[in-house]
Design a protein around this ligand. Structure first.
Ligand SMILES: C[S@@+](CC[C@H](N)C(=O)[O-])C[C@H]1O[C@@H](n2cnc3c(N)ncnc32)[C@H](O)[C@@H]1O
Length: 375
């Protein structure tokens, strides 16, 4: 059970622009990878897959509600309920649902402690939601309990490394792909900065790499498509030349080819995103000893992270190196020495030397000024 909600202080972090899937060619390629048809999105695919409308959906961490409005508009479900922590997003969701005449209601809750006390839910929707969930086992188990045997859990989400801390080999592949671009299209690549992530949104990709393994504990994954992103996501996100007309179509296609190839022989390990249609496996709820072990493991993990400023894993090499780079850049930009922690004595030496040099030069200029005045 959570002691206090792990949430972002400001919900505006959730709806920015400049992401890879806003590039039309990327959007169509993701459709193709998910549904086999560049012009068919996952909502239409789900409608056809199920063959009839669901009666009532639950949209997890629904944000501003565009997902469940879209699902109702596509005839995927007749009515639904959305839940989210951010009340301002729910206000917008309620207003839009009313304007669209959509039969949707909204409940404000922390998903980690939500009771899932809802009637008649036969579809649970995870769109970019589960990668924000701390108590992922608890939530997946509750969804398994909530759904009827023939119910569906549909998921379109980031399932890559926690907090986007990509392994060295992947970052090298992103770097190589970036270097292969003409200079004008190259991105100033930045490894995702852990301290900024923890400060801006401590839920971001909190246990993303656990989504599929934990889902498998409670669900049969009937339809799984690995959407990739291992190369293209970081290169296309917030890289202006790819988001303006005329678009560099040939280079977009080439990076998407590299991205697809990067999935390789182990797509689950190499993908950043996945589209899944799953059915609850009710038998999983009967093994009470196993359930107790998973609960204990989760509680221990969360308690340990609370005691470690929200960190679940030791500092990685890339995290450490980029943290130094950010500290130096911030220091140069602000003219203030970087915050030095115990791990960075070389930075301390660097700044001590720099400030000694500066003080010497000020003293030299002062002495010269005194001499000039005398003569
Ligand atoms: C990336 S957004 C996705 C929103 C929506 N599903 C969509 O696809 O547009 C993540 C959402 O998770 C919500 N969220 C984060 N932590 C939460 C928590 N502990 N309980 C409930 N909602 C949470 C945020 O407020 C945000 O709306």
């Amino acid at each position: 059970m959570s002691e206090s909600a792990i949430v972002a202080g400001d919900s505006s972090v959730y709806y920015g622009s400049g992401y890879w899937n806003e590039i039309p060619a990327v959007y169509h390629e993701l459709n193709r990878r998910a549904t086999g048809d560049p012009d068919k999105g996952w909502m239409q695919h789900l409608r056809e897959y199920h063959g009839r409308p669901f009666s009532r959906l639950l949209s997890l961490n629904c944000g501003n509600g565009w997902v469940e409005r879209g699902l109702l508009a596509h005839g995927v479900a007749e009515r639904g309920v959305g839940t989210d922590y951010a009340e301002d997003l729910l206000v917008a969701a309620r207003a839009e649902a009313a304007a669209a005449g959509a039969d949707l209601e909204y409940v404000q809750a922390d998903i980690n402690t939500f009771g899932f006390d809802l009637e008649g839910i036969d579809l649970v929707v995870n769109h970019a939601a589960c990668h924000h969930i701390a108590e992922i086992d608890r939530v997946m188990r509750a969804i398994c309990r909530l759904l009827p045997e023939d119910g569906v859990f549909v998921s379109w989400d980031y399932v890559g490394p926690h907090r986007n801390q990509y392994p060295l080999a992947q970052w090298q592949a992103v770097f190589d792909a970036n270097q292969s671009l003409p200079a004008a299209l190259r991105k100033d690549l930045r490894y995702p900065h852990m301290r900024s992530m923890l400060a801006g949104d401590p839920t971001e990709a909190i246990h993303s790499e656990l989504i599929l393994p934990v889902m498998r504990r409670y669900f049969d994954l009937e339809y799984v498509r690995y959407l990739g992103g291992g190369i293209a996501y970081e290169i296309f996100n917030f890289n202006p030349p790819f988001h303006a007309e005329p678009r560099p179509d040939a280079e977009i296609a080439r990076i998407l080819d590299l991205d697809l190839a990067y999935l390789g022989d182990d797509p689950e390990a190499n993908t950043l995103f996945a589209y899944v249609i799953a059915r609850p496996r009710k038998a999983a709820l009967e093994d009470t000893r196993q359930l107790a072990r998973w609960t204990a493991e989760e509680l221990q993990r969360e308690q340990a992270a609370r005691a470690a400023d929200g960190r679940y894993h030791p500092t990685g090499l890339l995290e450490h190196l980029y943290d130094r780079q950010y500290s130096l850049e911030t220091a140069v930009a602000t003219g203030r020495p970087p915050a030095i922690d115990g791990e960075t004595p070389s930075l301390l030496r660097f700044w001590a030397a720099r400030w000694r040099r500066r003080l010497r030069s000020v003293a030299r200029r002062a002495r010269q000024a005194v001499r000039d005045r005398r003569t």
